[in-house]
Design a protein around this ligand. Structure first.
Ligand code: SF4
Length: 394
């Protein structure tokens, strides 16, 4: 494999390296508003960058691509691992920057999601990613959204430079526990993954404080950092995964934790068989629970505990929690606090806010709740209005 040797042509390289990137789920919207300066190109909107969906239903942002699928590591769940028999190619930084700009000019994409296999070592890989992004930002004055994967083990000096050029960075936590990591990804370890996360968190905080003090200061990863975890390749319970997620939000101020149901693409004695279905429903339940952690004031320990360490396949986590805490219901909607309302299945953040506003003016009944956007087919079992349930009984 020669980096950017043109053997496959740009189209062939893009097909292979774009396909190799599809298992990376950390690709949602930018969260950054920015216009290009004079002579610049591109812009970024908080509403998000373009997304596409791969054949297997995964969300893929355009242009989402690897620098290279060659990798010095041997994570046994990965199609690009060192021992895999697959054609290896790499973009040169100039080639990838040119391709991104061409795609941008043709209106195919609004940004770049750049990841990479570990070519030679983390520093060398990071330098190549950095050079690609430097060309885009400084030569083409590209102001569109860029999300870059930080390669654990890279020198903080390189991470610093990368963080000043990109909108978002992510360091993949990969697997929920250290023991799973050493079993399936022997070249990685938890500390090496958490170190750059801590570095990015500290630098983001520093940049935020400087901005308050000086008003004009170089931004550092303005759209925040995220991570991704593979679900179902190892035996951890949903509770373990959720507790880790909560810890990552609290300790590393992550913007998002992404969950990726393990796709059995390789045959390996330590992994689920290739014909096993990916646990997509678990991935979905984890996203629902993640929402409860971030917006509904739940703790991981409330959602799942030692007695119930896994999600119910047919009941969403909020409803599952409510059914296990029937002593707290029914709630009188005209008296319940905002925090209590948020815990009712069928009441979301918006409808809870509307209820609080509306009841300053009048006492609410079930028809009024429906008009405020409450999903009554779920909420009715947990609420009273003016002391009566939905059947009108006291
Ligand atoms: S580091 Fe591991 S997961 Fe990443 S490309 Fe290499 S083998 Fe795959």
């Amino acid at each position: 494999m020669v980096a950017g040797d043109g053997r496959y042509g740009s189209d062939g390289e893009l097909k292979i390296l774009g396909d190799a990137a599809k298992y990376d789920a950390a690709c949602t919207s930018s969260g950054v508003d920015r216009k290009s300066g004079p002579g610049g190109i591109g812009s970024s909107m908080a509403a998000g960058i373009c997304h596409s969906f791969a054949g297997d239903g995964r969300c893929i942002s355009l242009l989402k691509v690897l620098m290279t699928n060659a990798c010095a590591y041997d994570c046994c769940y990965c199609v690009n691992r060192r021992s895999a028999d697959t054609p290896r190619i790499a973009f040169s930084p100039r080639e990838l920057a040119d391709l991104t700009i061409q795609f941008y000019r043709r209106n195919y994409i609004e940004g770049l999601f750049l990841s990479s296999g570990v070519l030679k070592n983390p520093d060398y890989t990071c330098e190549r990613m950095l050079e690609t992004i430097r060309i885009l930002r400084q030569e083409y004055h590209f102001a569109g959204y860029i999300h870059a994967k930080a390669i654990p083990g890279s020198d903080p000096v390189l991470l610093e430079q990368l963080g000043q050029l990109v909108d978002r960075m992510s360091v993949n936590i990969e697997l929920p526990t250290s023991s799973s990591l050493s079993l399936l990804a022997p070249d990685k370890n938890k500390q090496a993954i958490l170190r750059p996360m801590g570095f990015i968190r500290d630098r983001m905080e520093e940049a935020r404080q400087q901005l308050v003090r000086y008003r004009h200061t170089p931004a550092f990863v303005p759209a925040g950092q995220s991570t991704q975890m593979i679900i179902g390749a190892t035996k951890e319970s949903d509770r373990q995964i959720l507790q880790l997620t909560e810890g990552l939000y609290r300790n590393y101020r992550l913007k998002r934790v992404f969950f990726s149901a393990y796709m059995p693409v390789v045959e390996h004695s330590l992994l689920p068989a290739k014909d096993e279905k990916p646990p997509l429903w678990r991935e979905h339940r984890l996203y629902q629970a993640d929402w409860l952690l971030r917006f509904y004031g739940f703790d991981a320990g409330e959602i799942l505990d030692e007695r119930q360490p896994n999600f119910h396949p047919y009941i969403d986590p909020k409803c599952y929690w409510a059914l296990r805490h029937r002593e707290l219901f029914p709630l009188e909607v005209n008296r319940a606090s905002y925090e209590e309302l948020l815990r009712v299945p069928g009441i979301g953040v918006r409808s809870a806010q509307r209820i609080i506003r509306a009841r300053r003016l009048c006492q609410l009944d079930f028809d009024g709740l429906a008009r405020l956007g409450v999903v009554l087919k779920r909420a009715q079992y947990f609420l009273l209005c003016k002391g009566k349930n939905v059947m009108g009984s006291l």
